[in-house]
Ligand binder design. Structure first.
Ligand SMILES: O=C(O)CCC(=O)C(=O)O
Ligand SMILES: [Fe+2]
Length: 343
């Protein structure tokens, strides 16, 4: 199967951290027309600062254009030069999964009305709308996984950035976790839960993902700005190093062509080691700064081409497909679609 990115990836949703602003950049003229006013208010108030912002954006666009091939290069270097400290964890085994998770998946697969009660006994409905938590991994697995990630960080292998807002962390496909760990985890376990909980977001038709680990530490990334994910459904698991602060907070759903709701109410959820949290990708959220320690979280942005082929979640238009290597952004040329743009 060939996967694609939408052409908007090369112009939309570019984050200027210094000014805490996501922008669309087609050319300098359009950019100035659309953002000069707000940029001035946020301190970008000289010609030089504006030029500098444009340079930063152009650099990010160029990085995005070469992302697929650069990632493949890193992958090849890693697979031929990196020696894992725990090679066994690259293959999913049931012994890595919490018994409560296996029971929850079983109950979801049974999918009879009699089992609904059992499902809600095994899943915690959080205060934020349609956010659910449940145990997923054993603590021992989390320990081995974090050890593996730290070992990789300490190696001199090339490292990509997890997403446009985080600088520290690990892209798990480059490290070799997709084929035998994350894909079977999504297909054989998580999909049973998302099919029931998010049928309207393609939960029964997830067919690709982008998975990474975000790392927060004082002096590196410490928090994450308010955003929505390039995903239909996101799974977020705290991997259990010790830290203080770093809560996840949820606001409102992203609505295209609507200015951000200043009155959105925020609901905070604290991460608990080895517990997974599921939410809709378009449910806006952010991470508060950690105040001490180190925080590692596994993030799986799960995609359903049946949903996104109809409407790109980043530009809210029918996607203009550009072929890429790997899962790209999860678009395919399959024509059966579910349109949630109007939901
Ligand atoms: O750090 C977290 O818990 C959230 C990370 C996140 O939202 C993301 O990477 O999309
Ligand atoms: Fe996110």
């Amino acid at each position: 199967m060939t996967y694609y990115v939408c052409r908007c990836f090369f112009s939309n949703n570019i984050f200027l951290k210094q000014y805490n602003l996501h922008v669309t950049y087609k050319d300098e003229e359009q950019f100035k027309h659309d953002y000069l006013q707000i940029l001035r208010k946020r301190g970008c108030n000289t010609e030089e600062k504006i030029r500098e912002a444009c340079r930063e954006i152009q650099k990010e666009i160029s990085r995005r254009r070469h992302l697929g091939e650069e990632s493949l290069k890193r992958r090849n270097v890693i697979s031929s030069h990196y020696t894992p400290v725990h090679p066994e964890i690259y293959h999913l085994k049931e012994e890595y999964l919490a018994s409560e998770f296996l029971a929850l998946v079983q109950a979801c697969k049974a999918n009879k009305s009699a089992s609904l009660e059992e499902i809600f006994d095994r899943i915690k409905v959080e205060k934020a709308e349609r956010v659910y938590t449940f145990p997923i991994f054993t603590e021992e697995f989390c320990r081995l996984f974090v050890e593996e990630l730290s070992h990789f960080e300490d190696s001199d292998c090339p490292k990509g950035r997890p997403n446009t807002m985080n600088k520290y962390g690990v892209l798990l496909n480059e490290l070799g976790f997709d084929e035998d760990f994350l894909t079977p985890l999504r297909e054989h376990y998580i999909a049973a839960i998302t099919s029931l909980m998010y049928p309207d977001w393609g939960g029964a038709f997830l067919d690709s993902h982008k998975a990474f680990v975000v790392k927060y530490k004082l002096g590196q990334d410490t928090d994450l700005n308010y955003h929505y994910d390039n995903a239909e459904i996101t799974l977020n698991v705290s991997l259990g190093k010790t830290f203080t602060g770093g809560e996840l907070y949820f606001g409102d759903m992203f609505r295209p062509r609507e200015t951000s709701n200043q009155n959105a109410r925020f609901t905070e959820i604290s991460h608990v080691p080895s517990i997974a949290l599921l939410h809709r990708g378009q449910h806006r959220h952010g991470a508060s700064p950690i105040t001490s320690g180190e925080r590692y979280n596994l993030i799986i942005w799960m995609r359903s081409s049946a949903v996104r082929n109809a409407c790109c979640p980043m530009c809210f238009e029918e996607p203009d497909l550009v072929p890429t290597v790997g899962f790209g952004d999860g678009f395919t040329k399959q024509t059966e679609t579910v349109d949630v743009c109007t939901v």
